[in-house]
Design a protein around this ligand. Structure first.
Ligand code: S3P
Length: 443
């Protein structure tokens, strides 16, 4: 990790065609399901970011044989289950990694101890441990189930579980534990969240029954995994990550004269809330060449410089863009009028408190922001904000990338601390942005 900061100075027009890095959510899941399955899983387009590499090492510790065969190409030999690891599992910065792995590990009669970096050790794990404990797993950890903690699994009971928060990580942990639970599991979602685990379980041969039931004016998604599912290795083609594609695309919307295409972006509607919102703000965003790859819709997205206006983002859209609010807030800082983002309390328990850090970063750059307990409002003037600040990221990759994009179109350069953390989700970010014309240098 570099100790120097990274500075983004105002740039000329950004132009070019780039590929989105592999989707982080799908990359984690390909490693975990590959290790749980019997036989060979091959992966192409894997995101080789620090988070996913930590998950790959964890899967080796649980007994899978994993090899890199080329750039983005990996081979996993699964044993049809996990073996007890002989050392502590370090999941680095990855909430998705540790929560899904704990769910998967709970199905086996063994102990595993988990830890992570300072950010991960501060994040709530009770949301996963509560349902796992109801299924029969036991654990010992720090206050409120914070890492490091030791989990003991095996002999799980089935569970019918209504998610208390919109979290695909919690849903996935219960489903993965459910693979080895008597009677199977059912998860009920009051708000639908990303469905990559369900889709990938099916690709590995499991039966997953999904049904939307309407009660009053609400739709509840019921996801049922019957008892006794067997996973068999398969091929996974990882589509481009919409959460990463967001950065070059928003940069193109903000820097005058820009025209940028990101190819191969996953268009799963449970992930594309940002693009819908940007279009409502007046963004010139065109989706083309839509096709299906490995069960996910994929397309190319072209963004051209646009005059944006503020909007009210419907709170029910939050699960489809929960990681994209920091970069949306940057776009909102250039838009004319208020952009209201509410119902996003979950942002406070991500890699950092993203409501606070986005508000602080934007304020330091001269933007008007009002912070609320579960949301924030950004008011833009329709002109580039001042910039000229060094933004504190608390090691949060998305806070860093969002403010670097701001620096490309602001009046004065913006710097961020801890840019090394960008490699958790988007290792090629700086080179990709420089290739489009961005002016990034060590600060
Ligand atoms: C993810 C789910 C989301 C998201 C995270 C990836 C996943 O977290 O913020 O970056 O891959 O399931 P929550 O499930 O906690 O909302």
């Amino acid at each position: 990790m570099s100790s120097a900061g990274l500075k983004s100075a105002p740039a000329g027009a950004l132009r070019g065609i780039v590929r989105a890095p592999g989707d982080k959510s799908i990359s984690h899941r390909s490693m975990i399901l590959g290790a749980l399955a019997s036989g060979t899983t091959t992966v192409e387009g894997l995101l080789e970011g620090d988070d996913v590499l930590a998950t790959a090492r964890a899967m080796q510790a649980f007994g899978a044989r994993i090899e890199q065969e080329g750039v983005g190409r990996w081979r996993i030999e699964g044993n049809g289950g996990f073996q007890e690891p002989s050392d502590v599992i370090d999941c680095g910065n990855a909430g998705t990694g540790v929560r899904l792995i704990m769910g998967a590990a709970a199905g086996f009669a063994m102990c595993a101890t988990f830890t992570g970096d300072a950010s991960l050790r501060g994040r709530p794990m009770g949301r996963v441990l509560d349902p796992l404990a109801r299924m029969g797993a036991t654990w010992l950890g720090r206050d409120k189930g914070r890492l490091p903690l030791t989990l003991k699994g095996g002999a799980l009971r089935g569970l019918n579980y209504t998610l208390p928060m919109a979290s695909a990580q919690v849903k996935s942990a219960v489903l993965l534990a459910g693979l080895h639970a008597e009677g199977g599991v059912e998860v009920i979602e009051p708000e639908a969240t990303r469905d990559h685990t369900e889709r990938m379980l099916r690709a590995f041969g499991a039966e997953v029954i999904v049904e939307d039931r309407i009660v009053g004016d609400k739709t509840f998604r019921h996801i049922r995994l019957p008892e006794g599912q067997k996973l068999t290795g398969t091929h996974v083609a990882v589509p481009g990550d919409p959460s990463s594609a967001a950065f070059p695309l928003v940069a193109a919307l903000l820097v005058p004269g820009s025209d940028v295409t990101v190819e191969g972006v996953m268009l799963n509607e449970l992930r594309t809330g940002l693009f819908t919102t940007l279009q409502e703000m007046g963004a010139d965003l065109v989706i083309s060449n839509v096709r299906v790859a490995s069960g996910e819709e994929v397309g190319d997205i072209t963004a051209r410089y646009s005059k944006l206006k503020g909007v009210v983002v419907p709170p029910e859209r939050a699960p489809a863009m929960i990681d994209e609010y920091p970069i949306l807030a940057v776009a909102a800082a250039f838009a004319e009028g208020e952009t209201v983002m509410r119902g996003v309390g979950e942002m406070r328990v991500k890699e950092s408190d993203r409501i606070a850090l986005t508000a602080n970063g934007l304020k330091a750059c001269g933007v008007q922001v009002v912070e609320e307990p579960e949301g924030f409002i950004v008011t833009g003037t329709g002109q580039p904000p001042k910039g000229g600040a060094t933004v504190v990221t608390h090691g949060d990759h998305r806070i860093a990338m969002s403010h670097l994009i701001l620096g490309m179109a602001a009046q004065e350069a913006v710097s961020v601390d801890e840019p090394g953390m960008i490699a958790t989700s988007f290792p090629g970010f700086s080179d990709l942005m420089r290739g489009l014309g961005a002016n990034l240098s060590e600060a």
